[in-house]
Design a protein around this ligand. Structure first.
Ligand code: PHE
Ligand code: CO
Length: 298
């Protein structure tokens, strides 16, 4: 799961976005990985597909094959069905070709970005149904662990569910909601919703518990852990509880939230969050491992 930790921290951390150089978040003292010089003002850039080496393509293929092998019985059917749209894993996909396919399905586009981008830019792209995908791929020695999200996490984890109409609409609504949360100073609360759904969400299906979160689906170890391990708690989706609940960025999650359907997720998040933000500011935060009497435990 480690590959996504900095990503959502990036959405959370308050921006200091001044001056000419692009600023990203969650990087501590390190400069962000990726080449920001060629990015446009909306942070999109060229994928520069020709620059990938044979070793890059080979690494992508090995990551893909390791993950694809463990999808049956662990990933939701919507994901398994859609992952084939990524095409044969022999090469890192061309984002333009993915856009052709996903645009036909749900009017989403896949756009290249240099890496982590500021939260406002991220929300803005999502609200326009443009999904930002990091251009670079991890190094071979990062096969099991990469701190920032790379092209494998972003493509394999996120793009398949953009083919699902209900989930596609949820992602756009999330982007629009993010722009509003920025104005209201509630990005940290909203980012928890992203974390516990888009990145680490589980779904209860007729066939059993399944994963739909990108952080789980692109993780070699957390996929099986999240669905089958007795260690974490799995709690029924509860919007107010989720936005109050802190999360772990350096280990497997201790709590996962379970939806019944993408429709439930979309409908539960459709109302205006302004009163929710006011309420949770009063209620305060919950630890990542806490259990409440009101929790619906799976
Ligand atoms: N309904 C939310 C709001 O008014 C927007 C949103 C939708 C946020 C879906 C997240 C997910 O802020
Ligand atoms: Co992600």
């Amino acid at each position: 799961m480690a590959e996504v930790k900095a990503e959502v921290k990036a959405i959370v951390d308050k921006a200091v976005n001044s001056g000419a150089a692009p600023v990203t978040y969650g990087q501590g003292d390190r400069p962000p990985r990726g080449d920001y010089a060629g990015a446009r003002t909306d942070y999109t850039c060229e994928q520069n597909w020709a620059v990938y080496t044979e070793a890059d393509h080979d690494l992508y293929r090995r990551l893909y094959e390791r993950q694809a092998a463990q999808l049956p019985g662990l990933a939701c059917n919507e994901f398994i069905e859609a992952v084939k749209h990524l095409g044969a894993p022999a090469h890192i996909p061309r984002f333009d070709e993915l856009t052709d396919k996903v645009y036909r399905a749900t009017k989403w586009e896949v756009v290249a970005v240099p890496g982590l981008i500021p939260e406002e830019a991220f929300f803005s792209l999502l609200s326009q149904r443009r999904f930002p995908v990091t251009g670079w791929i991890r190094k071979p020695e990062e096969f099991d662990y990469v701190v920032e999200p790379d092209v494998f996490h972003d493509l394999f984890g996120h793009v398949p569910l953009l083919f699902n109409p209900m989930f596609a609409d949820y992602m756009q609504a999330y982007g629009a909601g993010g722009l509003k949360a920025s104005r209201l100073g509630s990005c940290e609360h909203l980012a928890r919703l992203y974390w516990y759904t888009v990145e680490f969400g589980l779904i209860d299906t007729k066939a059993g518990m399944r994963a739909y979160g990108a952080g789980i689906l692109s993780s070699a170890g957390e996929l099986r852990h999240s669905v089958t391990s007795p260690a974490p708690q799995r709690l029924g989706f509860d919007l107010e509880r989720i936005v109050r609940t802190r999360y772990k960025i350096d280990s497997y999650q201790s709590t996962y939230f379970v939806i019944d359907s993408f429709q439930q997720l979309f409908e539960a998040t459709a109302p205006d969050f302004t009163p929710l933000y006011e309420r949770v500011a009063q209620l305060g935060e919950l630890g990542a491992e806490e259990r409440l009497p009101t929790d619906r435990v799976y």
